[in-house]
Design a protein around this ligand. Structure first.
Ligand code: NAP
Length: 284
């Protein structure tokens, strides 16, 4: 029941109609008997300041931020926490007791939780990250200084891969980063992370594979796309430890929920809501 005390959370982004966040957060709030609702705030590229004004209303507790605003939102906020600062991207805004808007990022935690949940080996492993966008920054931050060997970075636009490496080298001077210009040439055992949208169903990229090495049993693969991509399907046919981005999505959402409501998230219920929604989506 929505009433005069209902708190509002929103998703700020430009193409948010099919986001999976609504089902998880609304179900989680109801399970915790929290009087709150999570709604879309469709925000075209040049309209971010209007969305920020809405967020400043006392009815709003905060928001998730998605493309194309994850970077652009930084100057609009009152404070940025150190992880979001390091990644240069905000995916969650919370409000402090004075109504100040604080930018945070739960993708780093979400990614590490997904690795741990599926028992992905990452310590003493070489890693290949495909992509150099916002998600790749979160993945690189998560894996840096965690006992990984070298982190190889490949991106279609090489200059962005170089920029990512230079950025993190300054934060993690003891971590080895290697620019990869041709993933097909890598023959060492790898944890491969697809941080591009290649393979996203119902898009022009649905059948696309990112450039990748020949998959071997000693490799493992995690794809950040929420649905099984052709790359994940190929990895599972070859019996690699592999996963799509669902688990990361769940865990980053759970952390955002706990920041907004200062209570643990009902993760089992959120997982069920997510799975039900995806099953429905896949069947339709
Ligand atoms: P982004 O900042 O726009 O970066 C996109 C990256 O993909 C860039 O490196 C880009 O290369 C590359 N790319 C895009 N189209 C390509 C193409 N046709 N061929 C080759 N490379 C291409 O996006 P992002 O925020 O990093 O997100 C990347 C993916 O991760 C998305 O699918 C997103 O949904 C997913 N994601 C999942 C989670 C989760 O919780 N599971 C969280 C965050 C993101 P260029 O630099 O050359 O353009």
């Amino acid at each position: 029941m929505i009433d005069g005390k209902t708190k509002i959370l929103g998703l700020i982004g430009s193409d948010i109609e099919h986001s999976l966040s609504y089902c998880m957060h609304n179900y989680a709030a109801s399970k915790r008997s929290i009087n709150a609702v999570y709604v879309p705030i469709s925000t075209p590229k040049d309209n971010l300041s209007a969305a920020i004004s809405i967020l400043r209303s006392p009815s709003f507790l905060g928001a998730n931020i998605t493309q194309p605003h994850k970077k652009e939102i930084l100057p609009f906020l009152d404070r940025i926490d150190p992880i979001a600062e390091r990644i240069g991207a905000v995916n969650t805004v919370i409000k402090d007791e004075n109504g100040m808007l604080i930018g945070k990022n739960s993708d780093v935690f979400g990614f590490l939780s997904a690795l741990k949940e599926s028992r992905f080996p990452y310590t003493d492993k070489d890693v290949l990250i495909l992509g150099a966008g916002g998600a790749a920054y979160a993945v690189t931050d998560a894996l840096s200084g965690m006992g990984t060997r070298s982190i190889y970075v490949y991106n279609r636009t090489t200059a962005k891969a170089i920029a990512l490496i230079e950025h993190f080298q300054s934060y993690y001077p003891n971590q080895s980063y290697v620019l990869c210009t041709n993933p097909h040439e890598l023959i060492i055992p790898l944890l491969i992370v697809n941080a591009t949208p290649l393979g996203t169903p119902n898009t022009s990229l649905a059948q696309a594979f990112p450039p990748h090495p020949t998959l071997k049993p000693s490799d493992s693969l995690i794809d950040l796309v929420y649905h099984p991509t052709p790359l994940v399907q190929k990895a599972s046919q070859k019996c690699l430890v592999s996963a799509d981005g669902q688990s990361m999505l769940l865990h980053q959402a759970a952390l955002s929920f706990s920041w907004w409501f200062q209570t643990s998230a009902p993760i089992r219920e959120m997982r069920t809501a997510l799975q039900t929604h995806l099953d429905f989506w896949n069947a339709s």
